[in-house]
Design a protein around this ligand. Structure first.
Ligand code: MG
Length: 255
């Protein structure tokens, strides 16, 4: 029995090294205060913007699972809707630092709860297949409790939004994003991390937030892979809730 404390310490140490439990990186408190704003979320693109989606087609996008093939999400009535079995989609074009506008809507009749309620995501830079990249969370953030570093407006598993500016399901919402891409030295070591500022429905929720590395579901984020300009990616999350929609997506590269 006298060795018991040492054994406990050993077990804790081993558990943290294995990093097999995604709950280890969930943060539930404090909860970001709720802030409401009633102005319209739509935005007319500036004259120098690259239009990524104008309601007509997915010509600017490609499948992530099957590189080089068309993005197979649904376009109808000026709106883009996630097709979950088609997987993630990303832009054909790559971007460095940029300003981006995107509008999204959780279906009015959404089911599920927590991470399984309208989950999608905006990958600020896609650096590979699947969910590889830096995810700004998109999901139902209206009276839908989850860990705060995974709620709508979070840099997933890294930084909660400063406030919860979510609108109700069925209402259009917007993100306006200022992205400073990470920079790498010639030997692939990190020169400067990524930073992001985000306005959700016109309310600042991330202020020059430093990213610790690409998003990871389990364990701690870190920069392992040097990369340059990258596509923008949208997530087809595997949860069974109703698919969400997008409209009016544009971007201005700032360098
Ligand atoms: Mg997501």
């Amino acid at each position: 029995m006298k060795y018991f404390p040492a054994l406990v310490a050993l077990c804790i140490s081993t558990a943290s090294m294995d990093q097999t439990d995604p709950k280890e990186t969930e943060v539930w408190d404090p909860k970001p205060p709720v802030v409401t704003k009633t102005t319209a979320t739509t935005s007319v693109p500036p004259s120098d913007a690259v239009i990524l989606f104008d309601g007509k087609n997915l010509n600017q996008w490609t499948s992530v699972n099957k590189p080089g093939t068309p993005a197979m999400w649904t376009v109808a009535g000026g709106v883009l809707t996630v097709k979950k079995d088609a997987g993630n989609i990303e832009t054909k074009q790559s971007f460095g630092d940029y300003q981006l506008h995107i509008e999204w809507k959780i279906p009015a009749k959404i089911t599920g709860e927590g991470q399984g309620r309208g989950n999608s995501g905006l990958f600020l830079a896609s650096i590979g297949r699947g969910d590889a990249g830096y995810e700004l969370q998109i999901m139902d953030g209206w009276e839908n409790p989850t860990y705060v570093n995974g709620q709508a407006g979070s840099i997933y598993k890294q930084t909660p939004p400063m406030v919860n500016a979510s609108k109700k399901p069925g209402e259009w919402q917007s993100y306006d994003v200022l992205w400073t891409a990470p920079k790498f030295n010639a030997d692939s070591t990190l020169k400067s991390p990524a930073y992001v500022t985000v306005f959700h429905n016109g309310v600042m929720i991330q202020n020059h937030t430093e990213l610790k590395g690409p998003t990871v579901y389990i364990g701690k984020a870190e920069y392992k892979q040097a990369h340059g300009a990258s596509p923008i990616k949208l997530q087809a999350h595997g949860d069974p809730s109703e698919p969400i929609s997008f409209r009016n997506i544009w971007i201005r590269e700032t360098k």
